[in-house]
Design a protein. Sequence first.
Length: 113
Amino acid sequence: MPVRMPQSLSASLKPETGWSVLDYEILQQKAQTLGNLGHQVEQALATLRAFDAEAPGADRKTRRSDLLDQAAERVWAFMIQRELCGLRYWNAVVKDYGIPTEVLNRVGQIKRK
């Protein structure tokens, strides 16, 4: 009696084509970029928090504004990359990364070069 492989398993055993290899490369690039941007968001927020913990200085207001702008730019890029990956819900991300409201408010005000 011959045994036939289940149809659900045979679909995954198709030979690689140029398109499937390209799709895999694109997904890999998206994931790598998302990870890099997440790391940049963490760094920008850590820099902002460290600055807030320091003693006040003469140019504090201007410097903090620049740090807020940098963090907002990183968060904006991260948002866009998440959207490209099909990840659309932001509540958990804001909570997990601890993104301040000040940064989120500036995301819509980023001056593009």
